[in-house]
Design a protein. Structure first.
Length: 136
């Protein structure tokens, strides 16, 4: 009982202060609520209009960038095609020169073999027409 009495006294002293700590809010009428809601709706509409304008400008900018990028890719594709064409023409030219050189070399080898056979024939004829070594 001795412990309860100080607690009760403390509560009795603090109870009026707890009631004063809560502040009462001013009464808002229905008319003020409707006015504030209408202002919020107008603000919402203006924000939506601004967002629509921003969205349109952003879409236009993206379309412009896409068109510019496509133009650059077209230029790059054209340049790459031109480079490949020039490389193939040079490769064809080199292969044709190599083929012609090979043909000439084959012809020269054929002529050289024929001349070698002709020289062997002439040499054999000369050997047949010469008198034997001990005769002269």
């Amino acid at each position: 009982m001795k412990k309860i009495l100080p607690v009760v006294l403390l509560f009795a002293l603090l109870a009026p202060g707890i009631g004063k700590a809560v502040e009462t809010a001013p009464r808002i009428t229905d008319r003020e609520i409707v006015e504030r809601l209408s202002r919020l709706e107008e603000g919402q509409r203006s924000l939506e209009a601004r967002l629509d304008g921003l969205e349109r400008s952003l879409n236009k900018r993206i379309d412009d960038l896409r068109a510019e990028m496509n133009a650059r890719f077209d230029t790059l594709q054209w340049t790459l095609g031109l480079f490949i064409t020039v490389a193939l023409v040079i490769l064809g030219f080199v292969l044709r020169l190599q083929w012609q050189m090979h043909r000439r070399l084959t012809r020269l080898e054929t002529i050289q073999e024929k001349q070698g056979r002709d020289l062997d024939f002439v040499k054999s004829l000369i050997e047949k027409l010469l008198p034997p070594k001990g005769v002269l």
